[in-house]
Design a protein around this ligand. Structure first.
Ligand SMILES: Cc1cc2nc3c(=O)[nH]c(=O)nc-3n(C[C@H](O)[C@H](O)[C@H](O)COP(=O)(O)OP(=O)(O)OC[C@H]3O[C@@H](n4cnc5c(N)ncnc54)[C@H](O)[C@@H]3O)c2cc1C
Length: 451
């Protein structure tokens, strides 16, 4: 068994940290959690309001899921789009999908305004489908995207797909039939079981390094309005009619609003003095899953890419799949290689408090990843791969797999930008902007509103 050793945390070189909170503090808005959700929320609150913002992080910034993910920037939900349309209607689902896709611009805005120069690769990425059912599910999504006037993903089906003739005529025009070699080359795969490829904009970013740098930028730019405290756990939130009191160990914070960007977990208790109980639901309706990943270094002789592989023909959009990225990575000063990182194995946790970032990385996850990469990716199957990185992180799934962003209906002093899900970078950034819009008085509704 190996240690939890993430390539994103490995690249964090900060030696000076933010202080621990103590004493009585007073602020307009307190953000709890310093992952990408908390940092994006701070960014948009500071850049679009004149509020005083305080960010409290139990550990160090970006050591949660943000420091233990796959670092792929993607705009899909982990649920079929057609399914989201059937729950929320075409208009609301279309707006939600568009707002996640527009969050590329918000991410760019954060990157540019903060003056960053860390690697951020963009390209057309791919997903390989193996079965008829997967193809039909994605074609149904394509129909809904077309109806919602969203840009369409490029859909290619192999001329050798055994089910090509069975695809109903209603989908003709939504996909292109291509030589099988095209499927193989887009997926960079020697595995012939993939019969179709969908392609769309994707990217790669070390979201932990991104957060750290944006936090430093905000701290330097807004010294009178932005305070950050690290190693400071919020234990209790007491909600009053007009404000909240936060118990943070050696400090008490009085705040007009509190935004939970906690990924949905941890040891926080919520007392709502002005009405109904909030605490129980908050703690019980997020399902926890550990995602395992491994990474190794190669010569930098291929461009960055992100590819998902639905290797299991029976897998639905909600089931685990393998995800692969390749990106330039500075492992040691002056030596840039390609980092190949692969994720896929997952374990559901009955008790989310049982998760610790210090848990060892199981050999079984490593073996699953090693078998996958040797059978699918263009690689010498006999090569012994030296995995420099093996890591795991916690994914939180709301019951409907949609991130929760907005006011707590029972007391709007409390707000949320959480419910991580396995795809959370763009949704967290969107959530940060949405929180700022709500604080600025926006009244429109979205599928992300807490129910
Ligand atoms: C293995 C894996 C792979 C993934 N791959 C991708 C991917 O490729 N693309 C993608 O878009 N998403 C991916 N995700 C999901 C993505 O990483 C998350 O959705 C995103 O990082 C969530 O950010 P967050 O800020 O909400 O949570 P976190 O980064 O977990 O931050 C929450 C923070 O809150 C702090 N906190 C919690 N409770 C308290 C408290 N009481 N007091 C103070 N602080 C507290 C925690 O210490 C933590 O730092 C992946 C996740 C995992 C685990």
């Amino acid at each position: 068994m190996k240690k939890n050793n993430s390539p994103w945390i490995y690249q964090l070189k900060r030696t000076v940290f933010f202080p621990v909170a103590h004493g009585d503090l007073c602020t307009d808005i307190t953000i709890v959690g310093g992952g990408i959700a908390g940092i994006a929320t701070a960014f948009f609150l500071l850049t679009t309001t004149d509020k005083k913002v305080t960010l409290i992080e139990a550990n160090k910034i970006a050591r949660g899921a943000t420091g233990h993910n796959a670092g792929q920037v993607v705009s899909y939900f982990e649920r079929s789009f057609a399914d989201i349309v059937s729950e929320f209607g075409l208009e609301k689902a279309g707006e939600a999908q568009k707002s996640i896709e527009d969050s590329w611009m918000l991410l760019d805005q954060m990157y540019t305004v903060a003056g960053l120069s860390i690697p951020f690769s963009r390209f057309i990425g791919h997903a390989g489908l193996s079965s008829y059912d997967q193809v039909i599910t994605h074609l149904k999504d394509t129909v809904c995207r077309q109806q919602a006037r969203l840009p369409l993903e490029t859909f290619r089906i192999s001329e050798k797909a055994p089910f090509l003739k069975d695809i109903p005529n209603e989908y003709s025009g939504l996909y292109e039939v291509v030589p099988h070699d095209k499927v193989r080359s887009l997926l960079e795969s020697k595995d012939d079981s993939f019969n179709a490829v969908i392609s769309y904009q994707k990217g790669c970013l070390n979201s932990a390094l991104f957060c750290e740098e944006v936090a430093l930028y905000l701290h330097n730019t807004y010294p009178d309005r932005f305070s950050v405290y690290e190693d400071t756990m919020v234990g209790k939130v007491v909600l009053k009619d007009t404000h909240a009191l936060l118990d943070v160990g050696n400090a008490t914070i009085e705040t007009d609003k509190v935004v939970l960007c906690t990924n949905g977990f941890d040891t926080l208790t919520i007392f709502n003095e002005s009405g109904l109980d909030i605490d129980t639901r908050f703690h019980h309706d997020i399902k926890a899953t550990i995602g395992y990943m491994s990474g190794y270094l190669e010569d930098m002789n291929k461009p960055p890419i992100a590819i998902s592989y639905f290797t299991n023909p029976d897998a639905s959009s909600e089931d685990p799949y393998f995800y692969f990225t390749r990106r330039p990575y500075e492992y040691s000063a002056g030596s840039t290689k390609n980092l190949i990182s692969i994720g896929g194995p997952e374990v559901s946790l009955e008790d989310k408090m049982a998760y610790s970032r210090d848990l060892l990385y199981p050999d079984s996850a490593q073996e699953t990843i090693d078998t996958f990469i040797k059978s699918v990716y263009e690689l010498d199957p006999n090569k012994k791969i030296d995995y420099q990185f093996t890591w795991h992180g916690l994914m939180g799934y709301t019951p409907n797999l949609i991130r929760r962003i907005g006011f707590e209906p029972k007391n709007p002093v409390l707000m949320y930008n959480l419910g991580c899900n396995g795809v959370g970078i763009l949704p967290s950034v969107f959530g940060g902007k949405r929180i700022a819009d709500l604080v600025n008085g926006s009244t429109d509704s979205t599928i992300f509103d807490p129910q």
